[in-house]
Ligand binder design. Structure first.
Ligand SMILES: O=C(O)C(=O)C[C@]1(C(=O)O)C=C[C@@H](O)C=C1
Length: 361
């Protein structure tokens, strides 16, 4: 699938002076609750009002959503407040009911994105419609699976696309409910710069007091919007109580967030940036030339080893190099994690070069 400018035209059409905000309760609980929260969000930066109607829960026996009746409540929200509406769909029936009730934005949840069968069923049900469809990342950190789901929806003729970064499940305990693994979202953005990228700090953190920091990181990384679960009495919510914020807190969050510009046309800024970028280009070229020289030496070592019938992998020598590089890196302000990543890649490339030499006739 190619990146296309038109993917983001639905978002540009809103002409917002700030990132897109999707907010509302984790679950629609009662008509009163849905309407109360919507009215409290009416005069805010919120464009889309979200509410889960069908809730996929980890274990059975928990509140699993009010079902189709909740769609009528969302229709009332739109009539009374003018907010657009959004809900999660997980099968053909959900899509058909959401379309019948004229829901404006549908999203595919992380547990559905993992299943190409479910995504295809949803894609087939969406064919011929022009809804905005957002695809959450799969629960496992698999960029190809995420892109595959977006492709299935796009192949059904949907061009009003977006993705939601809600973090990834891990077995290890961490301070997050779902690990952000920011690099995966950044990789998605690099592949498809015109597919709006929305961050979901509620599901990443699982805790309301961490939502601001994660939202700020997302905006610093140029995300296009935020989806934040909002409830008038969060602690009494029927699902995900700990991660929901009140409408007032949501408004405060948006007051406090630093919204960075994607770019700046100011001539001085541009000139300074260009000079710095020229320096980076020179350094990058040096890096490549240095790497090339290093691999030529590896080729010669490979030839020597071939002649003497010696194994390529020399763990002792390699560990010595790594130890030295970590110390040198530290002096240059480079983290151990970074040095390990870079030198692991260098080692692999060196081995690949030597293998080529050794295998050559
Ligand atoms: O020193 C060697 O024996 C090499 O083959 C070079 C080199 C390296 O690229 O630095 C590559 C493979 C070995 O595992 C150790 C080091």
């Amino acid at each position: 699938m190619e990146n296309k400018k038109e993917f983001k035209s639905w978002l540009e059409g809103h002409n917002l002076p700030h990132p897109l905000v999707i907010a509302g309760p984790c679950s629609a609980e009662t008509e009163e609750q849905v309407l109360k929260i919507a009215h409290e969000l009416k005069d805010s930066d919120v464009t889309y009002y979200r509410a889960g109607i069908w809730k996929p829960r980890t274990r059975p026996g928990n509140f699993e959503g009010v079902g189709a009746i909740g769609l009528k409540w969302l229709q009332r929200v739109k009539e009374e407040t003018g907010l657009l509406t959004a809900t999660e769909v997980a099968n053909r029936n959900h899509v058909e009911l959401a379309l019948e009730h004229d829901i404006d934005m549908l999203w595919i949840g992380a547990r559905s994105t993992v299943s190409p069968f479910i995504v295809q069923e949803i894609a087939d049900a969406l064919e011929g419609t022009d809804k905005v469809v957002l695809i959450k990342n799969p629960v496992n950190p698999d960029l190809a699976l995420w892109i595959g789901a977006v492709e299935r929806i796009h192949n059904a003729g949907i061009n009003k696309l977006g993705v939601i970064h809600r973090g990834f499940s891990t077995y290890d305990k961490s301070k997050y409910r779902n690990n952000p693994e920011w690099q995966i979202a950044v990789d998605f953005q690099t592949r498809f710069p015109d597919i709006p990228l929305i961050n979901d700090p509620s599901h990443i953190t699982g805790k309301r007091d961490m939502i601001f920091d994660v939202s700020q990181t997302a905006l610093d990384l140029n995300f296009d919007g935020l989806m934040i679960e909002t409830h008038h009495t969060p602690d009494k919510a029927w699902s995900d109580a700990a991660q929901q914020v009140t409408p007032d807190t949501l408004k405060q969050i948006f007051k406090d967030l630093r919204i960075r510009k994607t770019s700046d046309d100011e001539a001085v800024y541009k000139q300074e940036l260009n000079q710095l970028r020229a320096q980076i280009d020179v350094v990058d070229q040096d890096l490549i030339e240095t790497m090339g020289r290093r691999m030529k030496i590896a080729d010669t070592i490979g030839a020597l080893k071939k002649e003497r019938n010696v194994a390529i992998l020399q763990s002792k020598r390699w560990n010595e190099i790594l130890g030295r590089m970590i110390l040198l890196g530290e002096e240059q302000g480079l983290s151990e994690e970074f040095i390990l990543k870079v030198f692991k890649a260098v080692h692999q490339e060196s081995i690949a070069h030597q293998e080529k030499v050794i295998k050559a006739e």
